[in-house]
Design a protein around this ligand. Structure first.
Ligand code: ACO
Length: 441
């Protein structure tokens, strides 16, 4: 490996580490569209699924059947009928659905059984797949005078049985077919089954693997992140394919019902699932109930993260050394920027109330997240905080980052302008930092 690619690998691996820890032991529902299954992508997808399983992720995979059905109907010279987006399932179609489910299941089971290179021990740690009668269904009935036949909706998910299989280390494979108490089978929508599974199992994530790259704005831009409210606005204001609308509605539903994240991404691009789950940028669209990024007051639980951020800069002489004891005593001055529950930046604000002045200090953004605007956001946050606390002049003392402050409205200042106590400290530590000032009035 060349030194450059080795460095890139190390950087990527470090970026992935928090996600690896975070996802271990969590449940993810993967809803895989039949487009993906028929596009010859199953082998590479299976490798990524095995990798997730080897990292301790509890996996439930629910698959679509539409393309299989379309092919079967096409071969028989028939077409599927729909009403209000729901497939009408007569007796003959139900038989085709059952056949399609059987084919898909065997294909998935075979792909997941093939040389599990990611598993530590090939013989003992083969990924086991469990299926069963996990979905109880009820008929959709008659819609606008049209008998929807064997098209059904979810009545109940047998969460206990699924959790048991997951506890045993199995991947649970679910087909979009449900059984009724009267012993009949009903054809279910992929999105309907996926959302019911994710909510009932209290999954961490619902991931749609589709033929789309993700959600696009009205002008066609791929959106990396969306809040549930943004997704609703998008649904209300711009046109989407029927599939995308269904996925967006399911994503909004699960987010409103306790699932932390929904993702819509391409299952056709090699590695997209791994990139989506283990990198900050992702590969498709990640959806959350509220914003992914927030800046908040730090507390003692953040001290470890703050030390990780500042320690290398202290060693490099860029920041004044601050030990754990200092941080414990001054944690109320700190704020942290977190994205997706990981801390990527910190900043401190010290207020000298009598002089109506404040000092911004310890502004740090993690090296893997720099140049993305986080520094600017932390600065804005501190400016607002300082104003709210009656600060008229905000100082920043820096040995290396003067230009950054200069470009953001700070001017050089004299030592004599600092509050007396701060002047004393400045003279004691002999760092000879440059002093910058920004007026807030
Ligand atoms: N001097 C001048 N410009 C800089 C510096 C620097 N030392 N560091 C980054 N920039 C520029 C980048 O080149 C980029 O410029 P561009 O927009 O023209 O491409 C821009 O700042 C990036 O701005 P943001 O994305 O808003 O900032 P970022 O999230 O990268 O955070 C920060 C900026 C906090 C300075 C970060 O680079 C960092 O953590 N540096 C190391 C720690 C440090 O020096 N902190 C300041 C200590 S002094 C104090 O806290 C008072």
């Amino acid at each position: 490996m060349s030194p450059q690619s080795s460095a890139a690998f190390v950087a990527d691996f470090r970026q992935a580490a928090p996600y690896i820890h975070y996802l271990s032991g969590k449940t993810i529902v993967l809803a895989v569209s039949s487009h993906v299954l028929l596009a010859d992508k199953l082998a590479s997808l299976a490798k990524d699924i095995q990798l997730l399983a080897s990292l301790g992720v509890r996996l439930v995979l629910v698959h679509g059947t539409r393309q299989y059905l379309n092919n079967m109907m096409h071969a028989a010279g028939e077409t599927l009928s729909y009403h209000r987006g729901w497939r009408i399932t007569d007796e003959a179609t139900l038989q085709q659905v059952k056949q399609a489910c059987g084919m898909v299941r065997f294909d998935i089971e075979a792909a997941l059984s093939s040389s599990p290179a990611q598993m530590p021990d090939r013989n003992q740690r083969r990924l086991r797949v469990a299926s069963g009668n996990f979905l109880l269904a009820k008929p959709l009935g008659v819609l606008d005078g049209i008998d929807m036949g064997y098209t059904g909706r979810i009545r109940k998910v047998d969460a206990e049985a699924i959790q048991q299989r997951l506890n045993e280390g199995c991947l649970v494979l679910v087909s979009p077919l449900g059984q009724s108490l009267s012993g009949k089978s009903f054809n279910l929508g992929l999105d309907d089954a996926a959302q019911a599974l994710a909510v009932t199992l209290k999954a961490e994530k619902l991931v749609f693997l589709t033929s789309d790259d993700g959600v696009r704005s009205a002008d066609g831009t791929l959106l990396n992140q969306l809040t549930a409210a943004d997704a609703q606005t998008l649904l209300d204001t711009s046109a989407h394919s029927a599939d995308m609308s269904r996925m967006l509605k399911a994503a909004i539903y699960v987010l409103e019902n306790g699932v932390r994240r929904a993702h819509i991404l391409s299952g056709l691009n090699d590695g997209s699932l791994i990139a989506e789950l283990f990198t900050r940028q992702g590969s498709g669209t990640a959806l959350a109930q509220s914003s992914f990024m927030r800046i908040r007051a730090a507390d003692n639980r953040d001290i470890g993260d703050i030390i990780s951020l500042i320690a290398p800069l202290e060693h490099a002489g860029i920041l004044l050394p601050r030990n754990r004891e200092y941080l414990e005593n001054h944690i109320h001055e700190f704020s942290v920027l977190e994205h997706d529950c990981h801390v990527y930046g910190c900043v401190a604000l010290k207020v000298f109330e009598q002089q109506h002045t404040g000092e911004l200090a310890c502004l740090v953004v993690s090296p893997d997240a720099q140049d993305g605007g986080y520094g600017e956001l932390l600065l804005d946050y501190v400016l607002k905080q300082a104003k709210a606390r009656g600060v008229h002049t905000l100082f920043a003392l820096s040995t290396n980052t003067g230009d950054w402050f200069d470009e953001r409205g700070f001017e050089t200042a004299e030592l004599s302008e600092l509050p007396p106590a701060r002047q004393e400290q400045y003279l004691q530590n002999k760092r000879r930092s440059k002093i910058y000032r920004r007026s807030l009035v």
